[in-house]
Design a protein around this ligand. Sequence first.
Ligand SMILES: C[S@@+](CC[C@H](N)C(=O)[O-])C[C@H]1O[C@@H](n2cnc3c(N)ncnc32)[C@H](O)[C@@H]1O
Length: 301
Amino acid sequence: MTETPPVCDYEGSDYQTSFWDQGGRQYEDRAEALALKRLLPARGRLLLELGAGAGRNTPRYTGYDRIVLLDYSRTQLQQARARLGDSSRYVFVAADVYKLPFIYNLFDGATMIRTLHHMADAPKALKQIRNVLTPGATFILEFANKLNLKAILRYWLGKQSWSPFSLEPVEFATLNFDFHPQAIRQWLAELDFSVEKTLTVSHFRMGLLKRLFPAGFLAALDGLFQPTGALFQVTPSVFVKSTLAGREVIPPQGDDTLTWFQCPECGAHPLDERSDHLLCPGCGKKWAFHDGIYDFREPLQ
Ligand SMILES: C[S@@+](CC[C@H](N)C(=O)[O-])C[C@H]1O[C@@H](n2cnc3c(N)ncnc32)[C@H](O)[C@@H]1O
């Protein structure tokens, strides 16, 4: 098996309930919805949602015909499936971002929201994403910004040892990273993505403001400030919309989900469909299909 960086595992986590539904984050959720609305293309064929979690953002991807929700955590995907319901529009895939189980040039869109911050090797993760996108595809990436106002002030006051101005990521908690906007732009450029739009999000992520003002009001105000991201980025969260360069290739035609997959271990495809798993014709590994989820984390024994 090829070595991949460690994964921040959300298996069994109540993240959606504790962080979003009961965590007092309506303002951030609405501000993100506004940013996505501004960045998403009106129409699309097949979207890959990386680190989809419990599908909080999935209903916002209205223009896409079909959506693949990918997450390392099976329980997050089970929650997403319960929230979204069974529909041929959604495909649920348990896999590691570093080892995507898809053929190249497949998706004409991808989003990665609140997930890059768990990547110990962000350039490696971005490269995997680039491989499965078709030239001309739209990629919407959210990242946690180390150059945020709070970090700058804390650094200047001597309350924080790391510099928010240097380009390397900072691991502020185990497998939780903040990134410098310039580093993100550099990595995207190296992979042939051209940045079209940058929005700064969560300008007012402060307990006092959130207590004083309704979430809808703060989110609307956030919306007014989001376009300043084109000039400078000092918010805790930044959304970047980029397009993959190159002439558009003709993506695989047809709706047959099985033709999308390749073995994450050896790259062979197409995989053979069996009653409860997909069989790799190259290395013989078996990948489970269980409870509506294609599982590419570890092969069946
Ligand atoms: C903070 S949650 C964000 C979920 C969702 N995008 C949202 O904004 O509500 C991060 C998600 O990334 C997933 N994740 C972390 N590392 C991953 C990896 N290497 N491959 C696939 N998913 C990963 C976690 O399982 C988790 O569901």
